[in-house]
Ligand binder design. Structure first.
Ligand SMILES: Cc1cn([C@H]2C[C@H](O)[C@@H](COP(=O)(O)OP(=O)(O)O[C@H]3O[C@H](C)C(=O)[C@H](O)[C@H]3O)O2)c(=O)[nH]c1=O
Length: 180
């Protein structure tokens, strides 16, 4: 595996070493020791799947508040998505900056998103599926979100979403006080 730094401190694109032959391909997508050796969270007690029927579906920007913030390791297992990590850590050198990666099932790449960052994605084709490894169990009372289109972040989405939940469309503009 290769870990590529991004403009968000502690967020990495994880690329696999694909082993291909005439049968197809095999790759290791996660290895706790490799992650631990790099100071990344090596334990993921919860995994999630997200299926999205239409190109232009946006989910986000979501995060889990203190005292149970989540690290997310996210990959596309079908299709391609524009995936974004947004730094909401006031003490971070990249506070309020965002980083994006095109996650696609063909390359098996993943995005390691540190605790304290919001996450969201825009699907780039129909029938996209994502697989999440989460460092914390879901706590509904700690679920938070910020707007995908908040000028405080100016995330450069490739195009305007056409599918978005009522909850995500109604998220408030960002304020540091309300974010924890
Ligand atoms: C995360 C989670 C959600 N849920 C329930 C809560 C809702 O009733 C339903 C959908 O949850 P949510 O609206 O958060 O789903 P998305 O809008 O796809 O948000 C997800 O995608 C964005 C981009 C993320 O990064 C979040 O981790 C994740 O929440 O599943 C559970 O029951 N368990 C869970 O672990």
């Amino acid at each position: 595996m290769k870990f590529l730094p991004t403009p968000v401190s502690g967020a990495f694109v994880v690329e696999v070493d694909a082993r291909s032959d005439d049968r197809g391909m095999f790759a290791r997508t996660f290895d706790a020791r490799t992650f631990a050796d790099r100071g990344l969270v090596p334990v993921y007690p919860q995994c999630n799947v997200s299926r999205n029927h239409r190109r232009g579906t946006l989910r986000g920007m979501h995060y889990q508040a203190q005292p149970r913030p989540e690290v997310k390791l996210v990959r596309a297992t079908r299709g391609r998505v524009f995936d974004v990590a947004l730094d909401l850590r006031p003490d971070s050198p990249s506070y309020l900056r965002w980083a994006s990666v095109e996650l696609d099932a063909a390359s098996c790449n993943a995005f390691y998103i540190p605790a304290g960052c919001a996450h969201g994605f825009l699907t780039l084709e129909d029938e996209c599926e994502l697989f999440y490894q989460m460092s914390e169990a879901y706590v509904p009372e700690l679920a938070r979100g910020v707007r995908w289109d908040d000028p405080a972040f100016s995330i450069a989405w490739p195009f305007t979403p056409s599918v978005i939940s009522e909850r995500d469309a109604a998220l408030e503009s960002y304020s540091q006080e309300a974010s924890v």
